[in-house]
Unconditional design. Structure first.
Length: 315
């Protein structure tokens, strides 16, 4: 089993260099490409309908077995959704019906103490759960049963995110401190909430760098400073700012979408959708009308998934 380290370092928006860009784990590294961003100082604000064909909504089943709090991550494999919150990791089918929990927190030999991140092995239908404090990567079946564990070298037990390639190679991301916002800066401002820290960094002209990456065969999306999205289709590149979802009257980031995902997944809290019942009636969106007719504020969140148009840079 090979683990490849990937360190991501912030570049200037109008001088970003993409080196050895791969759209899949099996493709060979490409030559260095100098990407020219169109209108780098004027990020585009657009309506979600302009760049997507449709958005699918999946209301997650609410039961005592899977009462979710704040969602940390959501991933998908075919008709199966994996949703992580502060308590654990849960599997749902394509309609949002609860299937099972993946593994379990605890001190047992088949249990993880803390989930730093997780990844899907879509070929072998396994879920990899990283527990840096235990220096282990636990592997569970999609049905939630323990499969095996990989031991991580103590020097490498700082994995922030993980991807499993089809040939069982693991791509691991290890965070580097941002050189612009140095140790002294964070020491002086320790205890800030994330949103407050982000606002302060903006005021001082400091950056968080590249905070998320998503790639398909036809496009590359980079989330910059956890706010704007850099979209590249191999020929041209544009900087996209907030996008508007008019049916619910909110602005969101294109890549994160309300939840951290590698598959264009986001979520709305049920309480939020309930508060938008009148707006749903005005918009005439049949999906929101249906959801608002039976959702209760204490219900589990509703996942949503973007279906992008083939060309999202032509607007």
């Amino acid at each position: 089993m090979k683990i490849h380290k990937h360190h991501i370092i912030h570049k200037h928006l109008w001088g970003i260099i993409l080196c050895s860009l791969c759209f899949s784990c099996q493709q060979k590294a490409r030559e260095m490409t100098d990407v020219r961003i169109l209108h780098p100082r004027e990020a585009i604000e657009t309506d979600i309908d302009v760049i997507t064909d449709s958005i699918a909504y999946i209301p997650l089943e609410t039961s005592d077995e899977c009462l979710l709090d704040n969602i940390l991550s959501a991933k998908r494999d075919g008709g199966c959704y994996f949703v992580q919150d502060g308590k654990g990791l849960y599997a749902f089918d394509g309609t949002g019906r609860f299937l099972n929990e993946i593994g379990r927190r605890g001190n047992g030999p088949e249990e993880y103490l803390y989930m730093d991140c997780y990844a899907l092995d879509r070929t072998n239908k396994l879920v990899y759960v990283v527990s840096n404090v235990q220096k282990k990567i636990f592997r569970y079946t999609y049905q939630g049963k323990f499969h095996s564990a990989l031991y991580v070298d103590p020097h490498d037990a700082n994995i922030a995110s993980l991807t499993v390639c089809s040939d069982s190679v693991l791509l691991a991301y290890y965070p580097l401190p941002n050189k612009a916002a140095d140790k002294a800066f964070w020491q002086a401002h320790k205890g800030l909430e994330f949103s407050e820290a982000r606002s302060l960094l903006r005021e001082k002209g400091l950056g968080l760098g590249i905070t998320a990456i998503a790639a398909t065969d036809g496009r590359l999306l980079l989330s910059l400073n956890n706010r704007q999205t850099l979209a590249w289709d191999g020929k041209s590149c544009r900087l996209i700012d907030n996008i508007l979802m008019p049916d619910v009257g909110v602005q969101t980031e294109l890549l994160s979408g309300g939840g951290c995902s590698d598959d264009y997944l986001g979520y709305f809290e049920a309480s939020f959708l309930c508060s938008r019942k009148e707006q749903a009636k005005e918009s005439g969106n049949p999906t929101f009308l249906r959801l608002s007719s039976y959702l209760k504020e204490e219900d589990n969140p509703v996942l949503f998934r973007y279906h992008f148009k083939k060309k999202i840079l032509g607007f």
